[in-house]
Design a protein around this ligand. Structure first.
Ligand code: IMP
Length: 179
């Protein structure tokens, strides 16, 4: 693949190569296989961005595991409830399950901070976060990421499932906005 890609009106340059990503995905899968050796985790992949990461990761999970895919819809609640996030497609009972959330990227942490209490409410036995990318410098709401691929600077990235206005998800590596 060319090292520069045009996505809509913007140019992107290579940031993380396909092989680099795959090596990290394998490392994370190995860690999960070890940590959940005697468990049956339920993975919850957050669409759209995590679909490629979730697919590559899940193929390398060797413990008996389930996966479901959800979409988060965000809307403004009342002043007291603030931003409300609802999960579309969460059709599993999380009670006493070992749940692993799969995210593409944690940026400000706002989405997960608003969503995690709803999952906790169902009383899973454990709840861990697995994210391919984390923009630590952009943190507004700190999130504990239990399995992390890459800590990245506050860059805008596309590819490997991540989009720029809906496009660029099909790139097989991660690319950053070229200045
Ligand atoms: P947060 O709520 O600020 O942590 O945002 C998380 C969501 O924002 C991610 O799941 C992505 O969908 C999106 N996002 C954040 N940064 C980027 C980026 O650099 N490229 C593409 N999507 C991003």
């Amino acid at each position: 693949m060319a090292s520069m890609e045009q996505v809509l009106d913007k140019q992107f340059k290579s940031y993380l190569e396909k092989e680099t990503i795959q090596t990290e995905v394998e490392r994370i899968a190995n860690a999960i296989n070890t940590d959940y050796a005697d468990k049956n985790p339920l993975f919850i992949a957050i669409l759209n961005g995590s679909f490629m990461f979730a697919s590559d990761l899940f193929k390398l999970i060797h413990v008996p595991a389930e996966i479901c895919f959800i979409k988060l819809a965000s809307y403004r609640g009342t002043q007291s409830t603030g931003q409300v996030i609802t999960a579309i497609g969460l059709d599993r009972d999380l009670f006493e399950r070992d749940v692993i959330i799969i995210e593409d990227i944690v940026d400000t942490g706002k989405t997960l901070t608003a969503f995690l209490p709803q999952l906790q409410h169902q009383q899973p036995r454990s709840l861990r976060i697995c994210s391919l990318l984390h923009k630590k410098a952009a943190t507004v709401h700190p999130i504990q990421i239990d399995y992390l691929g890459f800590e990245i600077p506050d860059l805008f990235v596309v590819g490997y499932g991540l989009d720029y206005n809906g496009f660029g998800r099909n790139l097989n590596k991660i690319m950053q906005l070229a200045d």
